[in-house]
Design a binder for this molecule. Sequence first.
Ligand SMILES: Cc1cc2nc3c(=O)[nH]c(=O)nc-3n(C[C@H](O)[C@H](O)[C@H](O)COP(=O)(O)OP(=O)(O)OC[C@H]3O[C@@H](n4cnc5c(N)ncnc54)[C@H](O)[C@@H]3O)c2cc1C
Length: 307
Amino acid sequence: MSLARRLLIRASRSPWLAEQFRRRAFARRAVRRFMPGEDLEAALDAASRFAAEHIGAVLTELGEQVRSRDEADAVRRHYLQVLGEIERRRLGSHVSVKLTHLGLETDPGACRRAVNELAARAKAAGSLLWLDMEESTYVDKTLEVYRAARGSGADVGVALQAYLRRTPKDLETLLPLKPWIRLVKGAYSEPAHVAFPRKRDVDEAYFELAGRLLGEAAKGRATPIFGTHDQPLIERIRRRAADLNAARGSYEIHMLYGIRADAQRRLAGEGERVRVLISYGTAWFAWYMRRLAERPANIWFVLRNLI
Ligand SMILES: Cc1cc2nc3c(=O)[nH]c(=O)nc-3n(C[C@H](O)[C@H](O)[C@H](O)COP(=O)(O)OP(=O)(O)OC[C@H]3O[C@@H](n4cnc5c(N)ncnc54)[C@H](O)[C@@H]3O)c2cc1C
């Protein structure tokens, strides 16, 4: 992992920097490249525009690691409102939550109940609930919540990170649940004994996991989502899907709002199921630093806005 990437991820944890950034107009302008606006309305409007281009959406309110039960409960209520809007507008958008935003650390029992409640509400709204994956210290707890929810019949998906050395084993333990899995490379800074430090190894691990998931998808036993902007990797995966007779529609490709919009449209035009993950909310600092860390060249874009 490059020094720039490590520094940006470290910066993402600074409340002081977060406050400084949020106050600056140039930073708010720069962040708009990756989000349509801070409020839910802007995200819903963007989802409607994507729907007109046959691209689905996944909505997520930015935020993580709430400090009180009241804050976590407000997040739960907010997502119920989001699902109500998705139903009212017949958008079919999915929603994605971070468990530390739903109070995983302040009240794990309430967090589990919230996941079940949101999954049921999502199903009724023609949506689907997704659980993001956070730092490696949360993987066990996140998978525990996922297994409990999915094991009791809830429709819910979970993200797995290809950079983690443990992920092939985690995937095997999840497959009996007929899971929805969003496979991503991984966005945090992890030690080398936990995650592959070299991009080449992460990409290969991703492709291996993708093949395993597609094999299950071809038999109707899993629904893989490939959450990546890596075009050569996506093309390899599409070829592998064809080899394994995994029909279009048995898997999806998801990307982030504002990244590779050209590829999103092209893939949708070629008949792939594509969704864009749309983030909104005021707590964008940590998330934005992770976007900069993925491509440190993005810092020039911030500086251009400053000038
Ligand atoms: C739908 C979705 C959900 C995600 N959910 C999670 C999650 O739950 N947990 C988690 O840890 N991570 C999550 N991520 C982030 C993910 O782990 C990666 O950090 C991120 O997707 C960058 O990796 P990549 O697969 O695009 O490949 P890379 O090899 O990093 O990038 C491939 C190409 O994509 C473009 N690109 C990638 N990132 C950027 C960027 N920030 N700015 C501009 N161009 C860029 C560049 O052209 C780059 O060459 C998610 C990503 C997506 C798309």
